[in-house]
Ligand binder design. Structure first.
Ligand code: FES
Ligand SMILES: [Fe+2]
Length: 433
């Protein structure tokens, strides 16, 4: 059974988004208006490809994780036929949330309200006291399976889903951001990553777009993350230097990145992106990489490092972590963070987990500071004057390159402009139907 989403709920279709989103600024109400939020859930989250899970989290038949697309609760489950399905987490009797655990393994989900059971491929199995219904069990089963996302696709192990079936081809959707997933998985000597170490969840009192914007913002780190830079001085990269060769890139389709690889290539040093550890600290990793790629290509990969790329609308390849957001309400967003384990690279993976704790954990140096900025931003937005939020930096220095609109001023707001122009297209397309 697949679902078609109704388009009749009360959403801000009558807002003129062309008036609210200009090239160099956006209107503050876009972060605070509940009706606009509802329209975003429909026209962006439910109508597009959205990251929902990584294959490594649901390796075995019966494995599942609990997620959301927009505000709609989901179960992402691998059936005994090994197929990954994205099921809506709503009992077809009286709508109780069927699955409560964040993750697990189950062949059946049993509703806690009146005991109906569903198999992990979404089929209705049992109806308690079914004598109360006129129909045969087979008829009830035919009618009352769980709703399912119309499209599920994977790239590099990342599982994306779309509820309506209108999202088109996944690789086309990923566009220029596809290369970022390739860049990430090639850091593994087995060409794959594992995200099963567990997710940290940060509950942000901020709009989901505020949380996304900061991830590819090269302007704030010197101020917000000053304490981190002091702590990682041994990395010997002077992040305060104006000379850093960083590319800020609007990749199109709402995707964007801050690409440090040119600076790393300029210095021609491996592992600058990983506290400049010497090769001797991870000898098995380097050996496995060289066995696969040869010495030259291995050097190149270890110089370039991982991507720092946002994939619209909710996934962030945050160098050695993967992050994603789930918007819960107009001013509330859950942000998930997991360390990346590189397949076939235990030494590296153990270090990445420790690094993630230090940067992103509850007492970490990095993510808590960004979250604080997001919440302060949201408070500031409630002051009604001035009405606009500015994204004008670096506009003049942009050039159109093969992989997207690029600025070599690392403080440029090219990424955010790219997100907003794509947002405007999505929010006006539906209105104009
Ligand atoms: S709501 Fe699930 S069995 Fe009644
Ligand atoms: Fe930050």
């Amino acid at each position: 059974m697949t679902i078609r989403l109704e388009t009749e709920r009360l959403v801000a279709d009558d807002v003129d988004y062309d008036q609210l989103i200009l090239r160099d600024r956006v209107h503050g109400s876009l972060y605070t208006d509940p009706a606009i939020f509802d329209k975003e859930m429909r026209d962006i989250y439910e109508n597009q490809w959205v990251f929902v899970a990584h294959e490594s989290e649901i390796k075995e038949p019966g494995d599942y994780v609990r997620r959301r697309i927009g505000t709609q609760p989901l179960i992402v489950a691998r059936g005994k036929d090994l197929k990954v399905r994205v099921l809506l987490n709503r009992c077809t009797h009286r709508a109780n949330m069927l699955c409560q655990s964040d993750a697990g393994n189950a062949t059946l989900f049993r509703c806690s309200f009146h005991g109906w059971t569903f198999s992990n491929d979404g089929r209705l199995q049992g109806v308690s006291f079914r004598g109360g219904y006129e129909q045969e069990l087979s008829e009830l089963r035919a009618e009352l399976g769980l709703a399912e996302a119309a499209q599920v696709g994977t790239y590099g192990g990342f599982v994306f889903a779309n509820l309506t079936g209108d999202a088109g081809d996944l690789e086309e959707y990923l566009g220029n951001a596809k290369g970022a997933i390739d860049r990430l998985v090639q850091l593994s000597p087995e060409g794959g990553i594992d995200l099963s170490a567990g997710w940290m969840k940060h509950d942000n009192n901020a709009n989901w777009k505020v949380v996304n914007e900061v991830q590819v913002d090269g302007y704030h780190p010197l101020f917000v993350h000053e304490s981190l830079y002091k702590a990682v001085k041994p990395a010997k990269v002077d992040y305060s230097s104006d000379e850093l060769r960083v590319a800020v890139r609007d990749l199109g389709g709402g995707h964007s990145e801050v690409d440090y690889s040119r600076e790393y290539q300029n210095q021609d040093r491996e592992f600058i992106w990983f506290s400049s550890i010497p090769r001797t600290r991870v000898p098995n990793y380097v050996e496995a990489m060289e066995a696969l790629h040869g010495p030259e290509k291995t050097h190149e990969i270890l110089v370039d490092g991982p991507p720092h790329t946002f994939i619209w609308p909710n996934l962030f390849l945050a160098e050695m972590q993967v992050m994603f957001v789930e918007p819960l309400a107009v001013e509330r967003t859950i942000q998930y963070t997991a360390p990346i384990k590189l397949l076939g690279a235990e030494e590296m993976s153990a270090r990445i987990i420790r690094q993630t704790e230090g940067a992103m954990g509850p007492a970490g140096f990095l993510i808590a500071d960004d979250a604080e900025m997001g919440e302060r931003n949201q408070i500031g937005l409630h002051a009604q004057e001035p009405e606009w939020v500015l994204f004008a930096r670096g506009f003049e220095s942009e050039t159109v390159e093969e992989r997207g609109i690029t600025s070599y001023d690392r403080t440029s707001e090219t990424s955010q402009r790219g997100m907003w122009q794509h947002y405007r297209t999505l929010m006006t397309e539906k209105t104009n139907d």
